[in-house]
Write a protein that binds this ligand. Sequence first.
Ligand SMILES: CC(C)(COP(=O)(O)OP(=O)(O)OC[C@H]1O[C@@H](n2cnc3c(N)ncnc32)[C@H](O)[C@@H]1OP(=O)(O)O)[C@@H](O)C(=O)NCCC(=O)NCCS
Length: 202
Amino acid sequence: MELTKAEFDLSEIEYVSYGGEHHLPLIMDLVDQELSEPYSIFTYRYFVYLWPQLSFLAFHNGKCVGTVVCKMGDHRHTFRGYIAMLVVIKPYRGRGIASELVTRSIKVMMESGCEEVTLEAEVTNKGALALYGRLGFIRAKRLFRYYLNGVDAFRLKLMFPRMDPPNYHESTNATYFTDHEMTPGADSVTNELEFHADMHGN
Ligand SMILES: CC(C)(COP(=O)(O)OP(=O)(O)OC[C@H]1O[C@@H](n2cnc3c(N)ncnc32)[C@H](O)[C@@H]1OP(=O)(O)O)[C@@H](O)C(=O)NCCC(=O)NCCS
């Protein structure tokens, strides 16, 4: 396993959304190396076949150095996104690659009408908790012995601001979309989205 920091310029990192079966082994290798939870190929396929637009890979000179895998759908009374896996290999950590991957997925979720995004992280995973905290996620719940290794999880959550649909005022009297209250988390991720978009010239 490579432990030394890689020398690179952030502009050399290329981000692509899931592009087909050739990306699957790259994602599986990274996740198998770095996450404690074992996943079967069916789990990976479930995510990337149904929501390819929500999974991203980061490449440096043709080598896959990071990935995020997500889904979205109805949950109780909300339409929400879920971040299933996030990994950046060690030599590439601490340069904002994971934040950029997550931010890209969250942006697609917001554009697709999600109202919130959640995930679970081990309570001992300081790096992930700091990363998501910085993006505005709050700790919604502690899940006792959630992982197969016996470690508890925090369920982390980020609420998005509600958007007016186009021509809302002409088309409906409903009050649901009139609430523009921004949660601190939503504010923070919006800033982060702008920050990362600026950084990468989008
Ligand atoms: C967690 C992980 C994805 C972070 O990747 P990364 O590319 O280094 O993350 P970023 O550079 O985008 O970090 C963004 C912020 O998160 C925080 N952070 C990330 N890793 C951290 C660490 N090890 N300790 C403390 N804070 C950390 C920092 O606040 C950082 O911002 P800063 O560098 O400006 O201070 C990576 O360490 C990893 O792959 N870990 C193993 C797999 C894993 O735990 N995945 C998450 C499962 S929930």
